[in-house]
Design a protein around this ligand. Sequence first.
Ligand code: WTA
Length: 660
Amino acid sequence: MSDSTKTPRSDGQATLEALLAEDRAFPPPPKFAAEANVSDPAIYQRAADDLEGFWADQARKLDWFEPWQTVLEWNLPFAKWFVGGKLNVSYNCLDRHVKAGQGDRVAFYWEGEPGDRKTITYAQLLDDVQRCANALKELGVRRGDRVTIYMPMIPELPTAMLACARIGAPHNVVFGGFSADALADRIDDSQSKIVITADGGFRRGKAAALKPQVDEAVARTGIVDTVIVARRTGEPVNMVDGRDLWWDDIVPRQAADCPPEAMDSEDMLYLLYTSGTTAKPKGILHTTGGYLTGMATTHRDVFDIKDDDIYWAAADIGWVTGHSYIVYGPLANGATGLMYEGTPDYPDPGRWWEIIERYKVTILYCAPTAIRAHMKWGPQYAARHDLSSLRLLGTVGEPINPEAWMWYHDHIGHGRCPIVDTWWQTETGMIMITPLPGITTTKPGSATKPFPGVDADIVDADGHSVPLGKAGYLVLRKPWPAMLRGIYGDPERYQATYWSRFPGAYFPGDGAKRDEDGDYWLMGRVDDVMNVSGHRLSTTEIESALVSDPRVAEAAVVGRPDELTGEAIFSFVILKSGVETTPALGEELRAHVAHKIGAIARPKTVMFTPDLPKTRSGKIMRRLLRDIASGRQLGDTTTLADAGVVETIREASAKSADEE
Ligand code: WTA
């Protein structure tokens, strides 16, 4: 890990300087502050003075079947929270509210892309979850068995997750945009014998099939014996006898009564694979009591959630944002959420705003990429709709540029809604750096302050804190309840990836700076991970996908700043001798990567080059490649390195000894 850690990049520095010239500040509107769930800044001191007491108070708001004996056991880097406590996540998300007389409350308003709608109450969802849980049991799924879920954004997806949680079978949700290969890797690594999927989902007005990818993946892994298929598109699908079952044939006929398993606080709730700096995705492992405590607390305090809110996290459940802030946080708090199946621009770019008007959405949480796309389409779409129900806005997934922040503030929030820019990761499980909307003065582009109890710092390469105003590496020094408990099946990698770069501290892989007020400004990844449209992609993973094409000798992938997607994937490719470079080949390689990983990983640009700049020890000099990639105005998707670039690359390779 330390080898691949670069100093925060030069392009990041330039962006940062621009950001720090940003002097607009927005204190919470007085009325908002007066009514906010958290309005006393003493919360920060209280959590800092007594971390365990602070989190224990939060955990007590959940229902425990048996109390914990110890709040925290910390054997760096291994944490256990609420040790000895027993609870069930689905019970806390559903039964608890129904028992309190809230069965008729809406859990989800769901809208399909074609415009079909469903309203699902807590009582209904509890019913569905119990039936689904009984179906899983009938199929032989037992406590501890991993269940892979590969679905579009339909109500069966959270139902399946909660059913797993009910019987103590950890789920492994794989984003529906991943390819068959990526799915197969995740099934294999998690050793799932069962896959829950759908015939497909709707995207941009078309039925996009999912089942063929499952068939291909299952054929590759050989360990799956059961596939449950929910019907969504109604398109014909291939059903394998003895292996594949329709959801409708097995779930609805079950009894709507399935007692929740009493899970240990530290039992695994789910695995979620994410990209790291190697070609192999990491199965991030989350457990039960601490995770749910972190979700309920942050969701309540950061989003200021109230009984009458209509809360919309416009994300896909296949990513951690959906796990934590569409499913577990909101349901733990008995909130009313919205789920939308499709793309923001179908049938036109007004779709989101129409949805907000229809359901009177009060809180919107989305990625900066989406905001930039809306900026590009123009404010006229939002202007056609009544957005006066909105009272709070949020962003997640990547740094937000001040222009996008201001556009969101002015055109969507109409200057009235605080914006919470929330920094966190799949690994952290919960929001870690964020405004508290009733307390914090926000600044366009800054995620502001660590959440109460989160002990963040910014350090130099030697691990020393840097003064205010300086940039460095973000680290977290104290455990938090929703932190990952490890990488599935690989405790050494857990230690090496997160806890070895700066001894005693968790290193998330991000560069950051604190301004004179102590506010945090995130500067992007400092490792070989890219952030494209708020999605994490590993440069190495894409490189190995490229090299798996028999015509490719070597490949290097870097992120190039992109106005819309934050970063865009730029790949340098050396072909094997005798292979001719043609634009068609560039297209084929792009398609090959999409096939290996998923459409999100398709390189925007393929540049053929005869050489790659390397250090004497053979390490690719990515900083130089990034400079080359960012310095060029490239409209097309395939290019040939021109003489100048080749020269730069050759010179750099020759001088590489100096760089080591
Ligand atoms: C980046 C998504 C700046 C960061 C929840 C992190 C952000 C990675 C922000 C995690 C933000 C996330 N400002 N950067 N508000 N939020 N990131 O695991 O680089 O998909 O390490 O989790 O996204 O991505 P992941």
